[in-house]
Structure formats: structure tokens, C-alpha cells
Design a protein around this ligand. Structure first.
Ligand SMILES: [Cu+2]
Length: 470
């Protein structure tokens, strides 16, 4: 008896220890899932609005300095980062439709970069793709006339092989285009007050507070933290009124599934290329890397401090509601007029087959070659692009397919018309494994442009092609 007790007691002790550890683990998981585990909260950082350096109301002139810096994500700890005119991320650039826009980009990094204006319709030479590399300590001065509807676009590096790293360390910013329509619609438009940018990214941090960018053959290690505008565990002070959120998925590779707590709905008013035809009542929003959406959340009747933004089951932003009378006007029932890109009887049809293996990928079996033009495209002639995701080894997800130099329309997904949120203009379309997506495209500007997967590690590893428009 005594002998067996000697064995049993340690076993029971060991089992008790396992139970305690298990409960602890479960407790932490519950904290994680519910978000109650947030230890500190930080006021959501708001990117600056970049100052127009030209006093002529018809000309906009901006200066962007690409620089290294240090950012305090975690209290008292500094991380080496990169930013435009700041230590992390960049200012909001406001463009007005019809306006001459001149930008000077000074690369103060000790390595090359580019700035691509994602979603902007400009000539290939102004596009900021891999061909427009800016060497260390050099400048680039693109200029163009903005000629597209109001939209929320963004800018980020597009140099060969280093885009993923540079974006991860902070190089990204938003562009707002305004036009007569967007100004006349009574949409919330007071920057930082009822018109809020949300640049959402997943990130990993080391114990010393520095960014921990990790990739493997399998792909990128997803970030444990979701940060917004460079803020960990953010909260936002707002009034009880209608709030416009301009949301960008600026992650390297993670998809987001966004929703509000309390099963609260919202109105989606815009997609990548601008305002939708009509506001769309929604409860969830899927955004792949590179995609944007504009939504309106009505805080008019929301109980104080009871609402949060979630990504899947994780709280990523808390809204702190200050008392204020809600006098915001109703959102117009009609937004932009979206006419179909006309398709001729026998349009040119191009097929793009996406395949990937872990962190590498190909389009039509090829990896990117700067010296090769993959497609020759006629300017102002609409085409049908067929994008197929063939999957591949170690392939767990889809690819966000991005095309430069156009705002396209999605014709179908596996033969069916796309969901309402995808019936506006788009420049990035998520293509699931095994899926076939048809796009209606037209190019109105000349030059050499890219099409690629917007998982930045895929792009860097060659999942990209070039086409020439003339
Ligand atoms: Cu991809």
C-alpha cells in the first residue's frame, strides 16, 4: 500500500498541476477572445493631413520624405521603423479631381524604394512601380492631373524584393480623392472627428518592443497584434453621431473579417475605387491585403462606451463616446452613378492563372522579369480578364489580385454575379483557391504597369507580371 501511495501522490500532484496550467491557459484564451485582457489602451493615432505647398488653388504640391525613425508602440520601448515624414506610416494626401498634382519624394533611406499610388489612374511613368526606383538619397518628382471619382486610395513602396519588408516597418499612407459629388453628399467629412482613417495591420513584437518580421518557406508568420494607424490596443473618442471610417487593409498577407460588437450593423458606402451606387447595410466586412472600404457607423443611439470593432473574435478598436447631440444628416439613398464598363462583342480575353507554394508564386507559370512584357494591351479598349487560382502546394488561402493603372469591375465569381459590395469599382480582387473571377477592365493611360498578388511576400517573390498599354 505504502509503495503504491508513493507513486500515486506524485501522479495526483502532477495531474493537479496540469489542471491549474490548463485553467490558466483557458483563462488567457478567454481574455484574448473577449478582449477583456487588454492591459493598456492607447488613443488612436491620427495621421497628419499633408500640407499643400502651393498657394495656387488649382495646383497641389506635396513633399514626402522617406525616412527611418523610432516608434513607441509599447510603453517605454522603442522600435526601429520607417515612415513618410514621420517615424511610422505617412500623412494623408488629399487630391481633388481635376487638379494638377506635383509630388517630390526624397528617399532618405540608405536603400532603394519606390512609391506606388495604389488605385490611382496615371501614366505608367508616374505609377511608382518597380521601374521608378528611387536610389538612396535621390528624389523622384511625379506629376499628374487627378481624373477619377472620389475614393480612398493608398501609397506604399513597390521596389523589387523589398516591398514586404518596407511596408512591414511602416511605409504606407492614405490618399483621399474628393470630387463635386463627394462634397455634395453630406457625408461626414471632418477629418479626425467624424471622418476617420483606419490603417489596419497585423504585427509581431519582440520583448524589447521592436518589430519582429518573420517569414518562412511556408509564408509570413501572422501578427499577434492588430494595430491601427500604428497604435496598439487603440481607442477612439467620438461623438454620438454618424462616423465615417475609411478602412485599409495594409497587412502584408492577412485577411480581415471586421464587424461591430452587439451585432450592430453599418452602412458600406465605398469600395476600392470610390463610392458605391447605394449605401449597403452590412454586419461584416471582408478585406484582403490592399483592399479598402468606407463605412458609416451611426453612434446616435449607441449606449456610452459599449461599442468596439472586431476582427473575427478579437477586439481591435474601442469607441469611447463623448456626449454630444447627434445632428448628423441622413446618408443619401443614392451615392455614385456607376455605369458598366462597356464590353464590345468580341472583347480580348486574357487568362491569368495563379499558383503558389508557400511564400513563392507564379502567374501563368512565370515569375516576374522586369525585362519581359507579359501582355500588350490597347489603350481605351475594354477587355475581359479571367483570373483563376489554381492553388498549389502548402497553399492555405487565396490571392488578392491587384491591377495597376485601372479601376475594374468584377463580372462574376465562378459564374455568379459578385456580392453587392463588389459591384463598384475595384483595383484588388480576392481570388479563393479553385475560384475563377472575371474582370471587366479598361486602361486609359499609357505605359508599363503591373498585375500581381498583393500578398507582399508573393509579390516580392515574383508573383507579378507586366503589361504595356499603348
Ligand atoms: Cu498571393
Amino acid at each position: 500500500m505504502r509503495k503504491s501511495a508513493k507513486v500515486i501522490v506524485p501522479i495526483i500532484g502532477f495531474l493537479l498541476l496540469l489542471m491549474v496550467l490548463g485553467i490558466g491557459l483557458l483563462y488567457n484564451t478567454i481574455l484574448d477572445i473577449t478582449g477583456f485582457g487588454w492591459k493598456s489602451q492607447n488613443m488612436l493615432k491620427m495621421p497628419d493631413l499633408l500640407e499643400d505647398l502651393n498657394s495656387d488653388p488649382n495646383i497641389t504640391e506635396y513633399q514626402l520624405n522617406v525616412q527611418e525613425g523610432q516608434t513607441e508602440f509599447i510603453d517605454g520601448k522603442l522600435a526601429d521603423t520607417m515612415g513618410y515624414n514621420s517615424s511610422y506610416l505617412g500623412p494623408v494626401l488629399r487630391f481633388t479631381k481635376g487638379q494638377q498634382t506635383n509630388i517630390t519624394v526624397n528617399n532618405n533611406l540608405d536603400t532603394s524604394t519606390t512609391i506606388h499610388w495604389h488605385g490611382l489612374l496615371v501614366d505608367g511613368e508616374q505609377d511608382g512601380g518597380p521601374m521608378q526606383g528611387i536610389q538612396a538619397n535621390q528624389s523622384w518628382s511625379p506629376n499628374f492631373i487627378v481624373d477619377q471619382p472620389a475614393a480612398t486610395l493608398w501609397y506604399h513602396p513597390h521596389f523589387i524584393g523589398t516591398s514586404a519588408n518596407q511596408v512591414y516597418y511602416g511605409l504606407a499612407g492614405l490618399i483621399y480623392i474628393e470630387d463635386q459629388l463627394s462634397k455634395s453628399l453630406n457625408l461626414p467629412d471632418i477629418y479626425g472627428k467624424n471622418d476617420i482613417p483606419l490603417v489596419i495591420q497585423d504585427r509581431n513584437f519582440n520583448n524589447d518592443g521592436s518589430l519582429d518580421y518573420r517569414t518562412s518557406m511556408m509564408g509570413v508568420v501572422p501578427g499577434e497584434e492588430i494595430i491601427i494607424n500604428g497604435t496598439i490596443k487603440p481607442y477612439l473618442n467620438i461623438g454620438n453621431e454618424k462616423i465615417r471610417l475609411r478602412i485599409l487593409n495594409a497587412s502584408n498577407s492577412e485577411n480581415f473579417n471586421l464587424s461591430l460588437s452587439n451585432n450592430m450593423g453599418f452602412l458600406m458606402i465605398g469600395s476600392d475605387g470610390g463610392l458605391l451606387n447605394k449605401p449597403l447595410s452590412k454586419k461584416f466586412l471582408n478585406l484582403a491585403p490592399g483592399e479598402r472600404a468606407e463605412i458609416i457607423v451611426d453612434f446616435g443611439n449607441v449606449e456610452k462606451n459599449s461599442l468596439a470593432l472586431y476582427n473575427y473574435n478579437e477586439k481591435i478598436l474601442e469607441f469611447k463616446i463623448e456626449d454630444r447631440l447627434d445632428n448628423s444628416p441622413d446618408i443619401s439613398a443614392n451615392l455614385a452613378e456607376i455605369s458598366e464598363i462597356p464590353i464590345e462583342n468580341n472583347p480580348i480575353r486574357r487568362v491569368f492563372e495563379l499558383e503558389s507554394m508557400g511564400i513563392e508564386g507564379t502567374i501563368n507559370g512565370k515569375i516576374y522579369d522586369m525585362d519581359r512584357i507579359d501582355e500588350e494591351v490597347r489603350k481605351n479598349e475594354s477587355e475581359v480578364w479571367v483570373v483563376r487560382n489554381l492553388g498549389g502546394m502548402m497553399q492555405t488561402g487565396g490571392h488578392p489580385f491587384h491591377v495597376h493603372g485601372t479601376q475594374f469591375q468584377i463580372i462574376s465569381r465562378d459564374g455568379k454575379i459578385p456580392p453587392p459590395e463588389e459591384r463598384g469599382f475595384k483595383d484588388t480582387a480576392f481570388v479563393e483557391v479553385g475560384e475563377e473571377v472575371l474582370l471587366r477592365v479598361i486602361f486609359k493611360y499609357s505605359g508599363i504597369f503591373m498585375y500581381h498578388c498583393h500578398i507582399l511576400e508573393h509579390e516580392d517573390n515574383g508573383m507579378m507580371g507586366q503589361f504595356r498599354v499603348q
